[in-house]
Unconditional design. Sequence first.
Lengths: 290, 307, 482
Amino acid sequence: MEILKTYKLYIGGQFPRTESGRTYPVLAADGSHVANACLASRKDVRNAVQAARKAQGSWAGKSAFNRSQIAYRIAEILETRKVQFITELLEMGLEKQSAEKEVQMSIDRCVYYAGWADKYQALISSVNPVASSHFNFSSPEAMGVVGIVACQQTALLGLISQILPIIIGGNTVVVIANTQQPLCAISFAEVLATSDVPGGVVNILTGEVGELLPTLAGHMDVNALSLAPISTELSIAAQEAAVDNLKRVRIYTEPLYVKSAQGLTYISDFQEIKTTWHPIEQIAGGAGGY
Amino acid sequence: MLGNLSTPELSALLALSPSIDQIGTLERIARIQARSIKGAAKIQGLRMALSMIDLTTLEGKDTPAKVRQLCFKAQHLHDQAPDLPTVAAVCVYPTMVGVAKKALGASGIKVASVSTAFPSGQAPFEVKKLDTLYALDHGADEIDMVISRGRFLAGDYQFVYDEIAAIKALCGAARLKVIFETGELDSLDQVRRISDLAIAAGADFIKTSTGKIQPAATFPVVHTMLSAIKDHFDKTGQMIGMKPAGGISSSKLALQHLLMVNEVLGEAWLTNEWYRFGASSLANDLLMQYQKQLTGKYQSAAYFSID
Amino acid sequence: MSNSTWNLEPSLESVAQVQIKPQYELFIDGKWQAPLSATYFATVNPADEKQLSQIAQANAADVDLAVKAARAAHANVWSQLSGAERGKYLFRIARLMQEKARELAVLETLDGGKPIRESRDIDIPLACNHFFYYAGWADKLQEAFPGQQMEALGVAGQITPWNFPLLMLAWKIAPALACGNTVVLKPAETTSLTALKFAEICQEAGLPAGVVNIVTGFGDTGAALVAHPNVDKIAFTGSTAVGKQIQKACIGTPKKVTLELGGKSANIILEDAPIDQAVEGIINSIFFNQGHVCCAGSRLFVQESIAEQVLAKLKFRLQSIYVGNPLDKNTDIGAINSKKQLETIEKYLAIGLAEGAEMYQPECTLPSQGFYCKPTLFTDVAQSARIAQEEIFGPVLTIQTFRTMEEVVQKANNSPYGLAAGVWTANGARIFGLSNQLQAGVVWANTYNKFDPTSPFGGYKESGFGREGGRHGLSAYLKFSN
């Protein structure tokens, strides 16, 4: 007899069950019962945000090079677990070729953003030639804790397309996984747990978007939201809840699982720009400009 | 003779000198320079400035005749204008002190003598001592000494401190002005450090420059020195005088300097007991502006005597 | 000669070159149009409470006309022009503003109460420079965002505050036009005059009709602009409360929104700071523009070891701060912008006293007419005190002390706002360490309240989002497609 795996949540580097004690069945494309997943609750959202907040300062404080290495490590571990992810995708009804392609694209996307971790800064920074004798520069800084509603069309690629550009920029995330196909998300959490990503940087919840998103969007300690295509009602409710602390909200209307859904803007959408001024002493009548 | 502070004590004192941000200093000055001085306030300011002048001649070619002319001018700035103040002092080389003293008689105008191998200060201490004693013996009321800039830049603060203290000890009742020659110093931090050092060593006045080196009494330098005086006053209640010298040749600049004194130190310093301008050509510009204020007409230099 | 008090005489800027019409209409489609509302409101000089002019009050129908004019101008004229041609209009506007700089400065001071020194030396030059700066971007947008496809958003609705009326207009209109948008701008009701003078400048510059429309009025005029379905972009500078309303109103619409909102910025003085410059920095941080500055350094944090000295220096410095007639060239602190704002400030003074903080105000005589407030320091302020948490928007400074940098970072960030911060230390490494930790869109190290068209400005957290100024400021007015 086959052992059925229990898919748990991923919070603060741990794999707890939902505090609510609820699960829901994950069905394969043919309707067979594949596994049970945790039906996360609002309190799990709270715990996940706490974990994400706790991890954020030191994650952002790591060198960009280090974040780059860690992101590449994710790709390496993903590669070693390729078969598992393909199997899970097949269960969800994908054709073999599509499943293989999605896993391969997911790995490639991790590599892609690993390369970005120490480069986007140079492209969206500036040294500003102010008219007074001051050195003035603008540089990006992580927004903080970002809430993500993962792509509900794909199980793995959409998820990675959202998480990676946000975390390599020094943010930590709380993700509401694909409700119908949560297995890859939790398996991905296992990848993260074994690939040097500090606990709390990525937190993954499985459950109903409609139940979890209002709490996430209304949470006063979440700085931004990344919303994959979801229903208009849910999206509007989330945006309204987000106003209370002026979360930055990025709403994706285009699919996230396509080849073109990557690039600098996926990173810069979750960066603040900080401008710093400092006087330039004028030595021997020298000009005070840069 | 040595000063009272040991090397560790002096180091501890100088460690307290705050750092100076040049750009912030320039901004503060710009605020002062943006002020508008008009009407009675301007007349009052011009008169104040006149009364604060150390009318100066410090040239190799100075002769008794030249010094006597200067002393006459000091007492008769512009007799066509009644009720003008006189300048505060006449400033000369030690060899001219006797001449000036005699020429100024009982006018109340002080005789200031430069000393300590002015302007370079590059002489053995014994020479500096004799230089100072010579001026004092001939009746100098005030001694304008120069510091040893080379020693200061080399970090030999104790030497500079002791030298000032030793000259101060010679001065007796004469007031000691200590010239930093800020144009030879590097940063405003150094200006601040030498200010704190000189005040600790017993300076009655601190003075920017000899007039022989450019730049001289720039606003940032003067502002930095005024701040040192203010901090010393806040700490001890003791007033120290300030003398910018060199480069202040127009009424506009002089009035802006006075505004700076007023805002940085307060009105207690707006007197020639505590503030002086070391200048040779400033007096006539002040006089011309003064006449302009009284008559409403712009003036010509032809109507104001040179010496 | 014995010392004596030396008081500067009033030195009043001439108002002779300023032309104020007795009544202003709405500026729509390049013409002055009487409001459909048929309603006007008075604008007064806060320095003496005298009426300066009557201003048209736009209702929703007026706003609709303005949006239609802007839409037509965008479709038919502005979007048809090359970037270079748009840029030339902006350059021309910048030059005309420079030529009228003194008139604009006096007008700004008359209408808003700010000292002529500031309007003359800061507001107006910066406003001119902003147009000059963005003029040059108009034909370089592709270079600004390599590899991206972009186009103008269309019609931008812009709502500006009363603290820097013309400067904020420049921050809004210059990048919008450079990027190819047309605009409908609603200035704050207490300070419409320079915006209306700007409309005259647009006419004089030959700017095509409808590219810039000025609709004057109150909050409901702004709300009509925000609610208008044919507006593609809302840019707002003002309070966080109104910003949130605007953000809510735009949900579910395609409108792009940028918000520059309130603040309660921390100004941090470390014990090794250049202390006299830091004291001057404190003065600039909180008393600039009567403290009507979103990024004012209203929370001062001084390291305990130098707190006493800093406070003594601050009190001494306040003695040479001139409060009074804004037209006097020697005035440092002018009139509070409105009676309403003065009441708000006075309410907070009472709250501060009730909270047990110690209040210090220098001795000075305030004019008997007009709205004035003495520069105010509060010591013994708790982090949890309302005066230390809420934006007062006046010349009121709360002073707290701290012992360690960790403590001060926590306290500085312990706020829903995140607009700006100041750091004063002579230690370069420490500057960057602190700057890095502070949650603020602008960090002024060893300086404060500096602005420049090339320098992006905007907040973190509830201080809003989006940046104004610099290359970053262009993004707010462009639609990107990958």
